[in-house]
Design a protein around this ligand. Structure first.
Ligand code: ZN
Length: 259
């Protein structure tokens, strides 16, 4: 089995062909997909998918590039939706220093709300980090529980070795997407080789950035997670099956899903 821990199945590039996309995923042994919401409307679409597709679970939250469009009432609804039995994570949240859709102060405020919701529900939070590593590490450090722990996932990780180690020290999981397969990303592969077996996850971040050798194929879909698994297996001197097994078990444990 393979577990794609981060896809945006409700994205308009994928939403019209969900049935075909999931059939293709199944054919390539992708038995589990976590669909990650970006807005309140996206949360509702994600939950609808979960209710009709047994292999799909959901994360609910407001993406850092969308929080300027959210309001207090919408956030309250997100918190209510987090109680849905098919919701197994909180997000997508985090900070984005690349796009300036949303002021950084508001991104920080929403990020903290997601972390609080994660604490309240016991569900892990999913972190988007783009061009903001020092601020991110500072915020995460301030958010650790009294035991110095964080129940979170660094998604589509492309940060530094030091950031990875710091997040691991807090007990976080590190998830790799298609970027780790790209030819020029030797440094990222070197980091991926150092992540302990029990903290490693794989994802596609569909519909964005298809992994090599499907790079440039649009859109990216969960079936393509196998290329990232293959790349990580080679990088870590292990087999495809072993890497698939490790990452799937980690995801099932983290999301508290009974296989
Ligand atoms: Zn995402």
């Amino acid at each position: 089995m393979l577990f794609d821990t981060h896809a945006h199945l409700d994205d308009e590039q994928l939403a019209e062909s969900t049935a075909e996309i999931l059939a293709d995923a199944r054919e390539h042994d992708v038995t589990h997909v976590l669909t990650v919401s970006t807005t309140l409307a996206s949360c509702y679409r994600s939950l609808k998918l979960c209710e009709t597709c047994p292999e799909v679970w959901a994360a609910v939250g407001i993406h850092p590039n969308s929080c300027h469009e959210a309001n207090r009432q919408q956030w309250k609804e997100v918190c209510e939706l987090a109680k849905h039995p098919r919701v197994v994570a909180i997000g997508e949240t985090g900070l984005d220093g690349y796009w300036d859709f949303c002021p950084m102060d508001l991104q920080r405020e929403y990020f903290l709300r997601h972390i609080e919701l994660s604490h309240a529900t016991g569900l892990p939070f999913i972190v988007h980090m783009r061009d903001c590593e020092p601020e991110m590490l500072e915020m995460l450090d301030a958010a650790t529980d009294p035991g110095g722990r964080l129940n979170g996932i660094m998604h589509s990780f492309c940060g530094s070795q030091q950031a990875a180690e710091t997040c691991l020290d807090w007990g976080m999981h590190i998830s790799f997407a298609g970027m780790v397969t790209y030819k020029k990303n030797d440094e990222l592969r070197a980091i991926a080789a150092t992540i302990p077996d029990d903290r490693l996850l794989v994802e596609t971040d569909s519909p964005y950035l298809s992994p090599h050798p499907a790079r440039g194929q649009r859109p990216n879909t969960p079936a393509l997670v196998r290329h990232t698994v293959q790349c990580l297996a080679e990088t870590r001197n292990t087999s495809f099956d072993e890497l698939a097994d490790i990452t799937s078990k980690n995801a099932l444990r983290l999301f508290q899903i009974n296989a």
